[in-house]
Design a protein around this ligand. Structure first.
Ligand code: FRU
Length: 455
C-alpha cells in the first residue's frame, strides 16, 4: 500500500512542524515555504486583486517527494501570505504527484490545470492533465472529468510518459494550453491543447518541435504575447552548452517569434538563455491588472545538493523576486520591480550585510566585489577585459555540487555593462545588468558575517 496523502494531513503537518525549521540560510525577501521542499512556481495568476503563487511542494522532507501544490498570495508582490496546501496527490489520476501546471480565472472562478503523475504497477510512468477549481481561492475541487487529456490524444511521434506542465491561456473565445511532450527522436516538443469550457480538452497541434542541440525534453513551457511579439519560455534539459550559455545541465530559454494561428505552430526567430546564474529554473509568468507580464522562477535546479538539506535544516528551495518581462529593442528584458526595490534597504560596499538589501552601481571599468568572510566568500562583478558580468562560487566553503562534469564555479554573461542592480538576500544573489538586458541568479550559503567589500 502506498502512503495516503491529503491536503488536511499536509496542513496539519506544516502547522505542527514549521517551528522546527532552521532558518540560518533562508532568504527573507525571496519566497520560500514554511517547511519542506519546493521546486517550480505553478499557477501564477492575478485573482480578485491579489497575486497567487502556487508551487511544487513536498512538506514532509527537504527532498523531492510526491508532489503537492503549496499556495501563497500577495497584494503587492512583496509580502506573501502562506495559504493552505491547494492540491495533494489523492486521486488515481494523480496518485504519484500533482506535477506542474498553471491557473486561469474564468467568471470569477480560479481554475488550475496540472499534470497527474502515475507510476503503474510495472513501474512505467504515465502523465495526464487534470483540472481543479476554486470559488474562494483557497480550497480546490478536482473535476469529475479528470483526466482531461492523456497520452492517447497525442500523435504517435510523441511519448506519453513525458507529457506535462500545461500552461493555460485564452485566445479569442477559446482556451489553450501549451504542454511539454517528449518526442521519439529525443528532442523537446511543445504541444497545443484546446478547450471551449475548461472541462473537455483536445489535441490541436505540435506547436513547436525542438532541434537536437536544444535539449532532450522541454519542461514548463510558458506562452504569452509581449507588445505584439509571441514569446515561448521553457526549461530544456541538456541544451547544448557554449562558452557562456546553457552551462547548467537544465537551463531556461526564451524563444521569440510569431505564431501562425492557421497551422497553430510557433515560428522561432531568436533563442536565448533567460538567466546566466547558477540557480534559475522553470520560470512562470502572469499578467496583472496593470497589464504587466511578471515572471517568477525557482532558485535552484535539478541534480544539485542543497546545503540546508544536508545540514538537516528541514527546508529546500526558494523563488526569485518577481521580475517584469518587457519587449525592448528586439529582445525580452527582465526588470526588477520598483516595489521590490522600494521594500529593500540600500547596501553599501564595506558594510556587514545582516539583512536583505540592494545596491546599484554605475559601471565605468572592471569592478570585483567580495561577499562573505576571509575564508568563505562569493565574488561577482564586471570584468571589462573579458567583457562579462559574472558570479564566482569557487571560494565558497559550501559549494553545491551538480551533475555537470564541467567546471561550474563561475557563471558569466558577455555584455558591455553600464549599470548593475545587485540584490543580496542571505542565500540568494540576483544581478540585473543594464536595467534588465541580462540577469544572473545564484544561491550561496555562507557561515558567519557577510561583509561586502571591493577586491
Ligand atoms: C520541472 C519539473 C516539471 C515537473 C515537476 C515535478 O522542474 O521536472 O517538469 O512537472 O518539476 O516536480
Amino acid at each position: 500500500m502506498s502512503e495516503k496523502y491529503t491536503v488536511e494531513r499536509a496542513n496539519d503537518f506544516i502547522a505542527r512542524q514549521k517551528a522546527t525549521v532552521t532558518t540560518t540560510y533562508k532568504p527573507t525577501k525571496h519566497f520560500s515555504a514554511e517547511i519542506g521542499w519546493i521546486n517550480d512556481p505553478n499557477g501564477c495568476v492575478f485573482f480578485r486583486g491579489e497575486y497567487h503563487l502556487f508551487y511544487q511542494f513536498y512538506p514532509y522532507d527537504s527532498v523531492w517527494g510526491p508532489m503537492h501544490w503549496g499556495h501563497a498570495k500577495s497584494r503587492d508582490l512583496v509580502n506573501w501570505e502562506h495559504l493552505p496546501v491547494a492540491l495533494a496527490p489523492d486521486m488515481p489520476y494523480d496518485k504519484d504527484g500533482c506535477f506542474s501546471g498553471s491557473a486561469i480565472v474564468r467568471d470569477d472562478v480560479l481554475w488550475l490545470m496540472y499534470t497527474g503523475n502515475i507510476v503503474t504497477e510495472d513501474g512505467s510512468i504515465l502523465q495526464v492533465q487534470n483540472m481543479a477549481y476554486s470559488e474562494d481561492g483557497v480550497t480546490f475541487t478536482k473535476i469529475a472529468e479528470n483526466p482531461v487529456a492523456t497520452g492517447d490524444c497525442l500523435p504517435a511521434e510523441l511519448i506519453a510518459t513525458d507529457f506535462r506542465d500545461p500552461k493555460i491561456f485564452k485566445k479569442d473565445s477559446r482556451y489553450y494550453a501549451v504542454v511539454a511532450a517528449k518526442h521519439q527522436e529525443g528532442v523537446g516538443t511543445i504541444v497545443l491543447l484546446g478547450s471551449d469550457d475548461l472541462r473537455h480538452w483536445s489535441f490541436e497541434s505540435i506547436f513547436l518541435k525542438g532541434k537536437p542541440k536544444q535539449g532532450i525534453m522541454w519542461e514548463c513551457p510558458d506562452y504569452f504575447v509581449l507588445d505584439g511579439k509571441d514569446i515561448l519560455v521553457m526549461s530544456p534539459m541538456r541544451f547544448e552548452r557554449t562558452a557562456y550559455d546553457y552551462r547548467n545541465l537544465n537551463s531556461s530559454v526564451v524563444m521569440t517569434g510569431q505564431v501562425d494561428w492557421r497551422s497553430k505552430t510557433f515560428v522561432v526567430e531568436d533563442v536565448r538563455e533567460l538567466d546566466h546564474g547558477h540557480d534559475f529554473y522553470a520560470p512562470q509568468s502572469l499578467e496583472d491588472a496593470q497589464g504587466r507580464r511578471i515572471a517568477i522562477a525557482w532558485v535552484h535546479t535539478w541534480g544539485r545538493n542543497f546545503p540546508p538539506h544536508d545540514l538537516g535544516h528541514r527546508w529546500a528551495g526558494s523563488m526569485t523576486l518577481p521580475r517584469q518581462l518587457k519587449w525592448q529593442e528586439g529582445r525580452v528584458i527582465q526588470k526588477v520591480l520598483p516595489e521590490s526595490l522600494a521594500d529593500l534597504p540600500i547596501l553599501e560596499i564595506g558594510q556587514d550585510i545582516v539583512e536583505a538589501g540592494y545596491l546599484q552601481l554605475l559601471i565605468k571599468q572592471s569592478v570585483s566585489l567580495i561577499l562573505g568572510t576571509e575564508e568563505d566568500y562569493l565574488t561577482f562583478g564586471y570584468d571589462e577585459k573579458e567583457g562579462v558580468v559574472y558570479i564566482d562560487r569557487s571560494h565558497l566553503l559550501k559549494q553545491p555540487k551538480g551533475e555537470e562534469t564541467w567546471d561550474m564555479s563561475r557563471r558569466a554573461v558577455p555584455i558591455r555593462a553600464e549599470s548593475l542592480v545587485i540584490i543580496i538576500d542571505h542565500n540568494t544573489l540576483e544581478i540585473f545588468v543594464n536595467d534588465g538586458q541580462e540577469s544572473l541568479t545564484s544561491a550561496y550559503y555562507i557561515e558567519g558575517s557577510q561583509r561586502l567589500r571591493q577586491a
